[in-house]
Design a protein around this ligand. Structure first.
Ligand SMILES: [Cu+2]
Length: 184
């Protein structure tokens, strides 16, 4: 399994996670021809972060559900949507996101200004204590680039979020067509 972990925030928890020994199965550095250049353009990739992703314990109070991905033909990035729930008593911070099924995953936000819609990269996303945050079209979303060969509509893709407290949240996402507007 190949995975690359995009570090989008430096938090103490993630920094500590990075100090864990590398797990070879998740180590990055070989993600197929063509990707590495594109990946560098985004910056912030870190082989140590990739290795750390495998070692993070699963969060006891943050969960993800209703995940789906609107799969667009390469090289157009695909949008990913889901709901994150924080049942804990403290805010939960999404510090990084990665997938074994995509070369690159980013957290984006779509905003509208004077009728013009634009996307920007989000460096961290906080889920308040006891609340949920929905990633949906026109709002927060995942931007997934470089799907693995053979990933097609109807498949399940996996996404892992790293939290600032050094734990992880996994989401199973249904891969849907370019025409999809919601999970079916
Ligand atoms: Cu986007």
């Amino acid at each position: 399994m190949k995975i690359k972990f995009t570090r989008i925030a430096s938090t103490l928890g993630l920094a500590l996670a990075l100090m864990q020994p590398a797990a070879t199965a998740w180590a990055h550095g070989d993600h197929g021809h063509g990707d590495s250049h594109a990946a560098m353009a985004h910056g912030g990739h870190d082989a140590a972060a990739a290795a750390a992703a495998a070692n993070l314990p699963v969060s006891s109070h943050v969960t993800a559900d209703a995940c789906w991905i609107r799969q667009l033909p390469k090289p157009t990035p695909s949008g990913g949507f889901l709901v994150l729930h924080n049942q804990g008593g403290e805010p939960a911070v999404i510090a990084a996101v990665a997938s074994p099924d995509y070369a690159d995953v980013m957290l984006h936000q779509t905003t509208e200004e004077n009728g013009v819609s634009k996307m920007s990269m989000i460096h961290q996303l906080t889920i308040p204590a006891g609340q949920r945050v929905e990633l949906k079209p026109g709002s927060y979303h995942l931007m997934l680039e470089g799907p693995r060969d053979g990933l097609t509509v109807g498949d399940e893709a996996h996404v892992r979020f790293a939290l600032g407290d050094g734990t992880a949240v996994d989401a199973a996402c249904k891969v849907m067509s370019a025409k999809a507007t919601r999970k079916e």
